[in-house]
Design a binder for this molecule. Structure first.
Ligand code: URA
Length: 187
């Protein structure tokens, strides 16, 4: 039987990888613990590490705006990351770090039981959908596994670096909203 206390205690005392040595806070998750939509990013950055909350920096503000544009707030979704501790200098999390951390995310998935999982960026999509996932080619496509719908879109940080990615990401968010509505109605 999974429970939140067990998850929080295990994460907050975790030393399974080297990121434990440099973290300020473990960033476990935020939002509605029984949400139908779960968003998964790559790993905490500077602001997230300082506050212990995912997506609170510039990328997080953009994510909040995109959610708002489809009529959702953080209270409607649950947000987590592939790794729960900040990789120094915001480098990609290493394979060993992802592997050490992913059991916590799986446990979290059992607790939240979302109907839709949105992977934000290449690192999350490769960790959850397939190691050879190509974000530019395969974003916006639905994958279904054990009754859960998965979709990958660009990471909000990528949208801040490249304006051209905003339109396709917006299309993805509109599809996410449609899927969310259809699942709510049981269509
Ligand atoms: N980028 C991520 O992938 N996750 C965060 O929590 C913040 C920025």
């Amino acid at each position: 039987m999974a429970d939140w206390d067990t998850l929080y205690k295990a994460c907050n005392t975790c030393g399974r990888c080297g990121l434990a040595k440099t973290r300020t806070n473990v960033v476990i998750g935020d939002g509605n613990k029984s949400a139908d939509i779960m968003l998964i990013g790559e790993g905490p950055g500077y602001n997230e590490d300082q506050q212990g909350i995912p997506f609170v920096g510039n990328a997080g503000h953009l994510l909040d705006k995109m959610l708002s544009a489809i009529g959702l707030t953080r209270e409607d979704v649950y947000i987590a990351n592939i790794v729960k501790c900040r990789p120094p200098n915001n480098r990609d999390p290493e394979k060993s770090e992802r592997e050490a951390c992913i059991p916590y995310l799986r446990y979290q998935l059992q607790l939240v039981r979302p109907k839709i999982i949105v992977l934000l960026g290449r690192v999350a999509a490769q960790a959850i959908i397939s190691p050879d996932f190509k974000i530019t080619q395969q974003r916006g496509q639905w994958f279904e596994k054990k009754g859960i719908y998965f979709i990958a879109t660009y990471h909000p940080s990528a949208l801040l670096r490249d304006e051209d990615k905003k339109r396709p990401a917006w299309e993805d968010f509109k599809h996410i909203k449609l899927k969310y509505e259809s699942l709510k109605k049981g269509v």
